[in-house]
Design a protein around this ligand. Structure first.
Ligand code: MG
Ligand code: MG
Ligand code: MG
Length: 303
């Protein structure tokens, strides 16, 4: 059976490129595998795939009866609804350990680095497989995206090293310029408030409370007009009303290196306090959902 290599819901560049790079590596190792995604590429990912001449993976939202490798997550909330019916063969991830489990032994590569593709580069090296040029370019972009041009506190020396080696393979001379072009493509606000909230959105189970957190990384928050902000806030209230305890949108200014917090919650004060938001809802230095938003919230909701 061909195994599916599947990233998380509301796929970002790392989850889509990880599926492509991991599927290629599994095939090189003699494992029958194909890249899949739980949705179409967002503007940033579309830019990356086009830039390096790669196809978007097939969209898969049901995995019952299938063999599956996970990339870029291990949370059930980010997996297809019928995940318990699949056979989990492996995980490559750089997030907190989630709540998936398996019926048989599996191959796990989990490291606290800034990007799943950094781990995949280590895997290519470990198995002595050469990264194809096009895939190397896309893996480089995934690292630039997840580490926000190496500025995120999640970024490690391993990410910088992998990026340099991938740039070399892909023949990318000006990494910074490629990164800026990619973030310009990502800063596209030409979509409905709902699509903007769900472009990069994750649900978490925090002590029995469903907490949804979206993030928009922009070149400048000046792009978000007061009208758009009001629309986003109104839509966030609807998102919260769909069975969530808390709905959050983190608006990140990648140049100012901080984020503005939009929140609708049954415990708004708890959220604001946990995230250290100031009177203008600004969170100085906050760039990373996985490292600076999720852990303090989990702690606050545990109390
Ligand atoms: Mg991701
Ligand atoms: Mg990632
Ligand atoms: Mg991200």
């Amino acid at each position: 059976m061909t195994a599916l290599v599947l990233g998380h819901k509301n796929p970002d560049t790392d989850s889509i490129v990880s599926a492509i790079s991991a599927a290629n590596l599994y095939r090189e190792r003699g494992i029958d595998a194909v890249a899949a995604a739980q949705g179409a590429p967002a503007p940033e990912t579309a830019f990356v795939l086009k830039q390096f001449g790669l196809e978007a993976p097939e969209v898969v939202t049901s995995v019952a009866g299938k063999d599956v490798y996970l990339v870029d997550y291990s949370d059930l909330a980010q997996a297809p609804a019928d995940f318990s019916g699949c056979k989990l063969l492996g995980i490559v991830d750089h997030h907190k350990l989630g709540d998936v489990t398996s019926d048989c032994p599996l191959e796990c590569w989990i490291q606290p680095v800034g990007c799943c593709n950094t781990i995949l580069k280590l895997m290519y090296d470990y198995f002595g497989v050469k990264v194809p040029e096009k895939i190397a370019g896309a893996m480089l972009c995934a690292i630039l995206s997840d580490t926000v041009l190496f500025k995120s506190p999640t970024c490690t020396d391993a990410d910088r090293k992998a990026a340099a080696e991938l740039a070399e393979i892909a023949g990318v001379k000006d990494v910074e310029a490629l990164g800026m072009e990619m973030f310009k493509a990502k800063s596209n606000l030409n979509a409905s408030p709902r699509d903007l909230i769900f472009r990069d959105f994750k649900d978490f189970d925090m002590s029995g409370k469903k907490v949804g957190i979206g993030q928009l990384e922009l070149i400048s928050l000046a792009m978000v007009t007061p009208e758009l902000k009001a629309e986003l806030k109104a839509e966030l209230a609807r998102v919260k009303a769909e069975g969530r305890h808390t709905a959050i949108l983190v608006l990140t200014d990648i140049m100012k290196e901080g984020s503005e917090l939009l929140v609708v919650s049954d415990a708004e004060d708890t959220v604001r306090k946990a995230l250290n938001a100031d009177a203008n809802s600004w969170m100085a230095g906050v760039m990373s959902r996985k490292k600076q938003v999720v852990p303090p919230l989990q702690l606050a909701f545990k109390a």
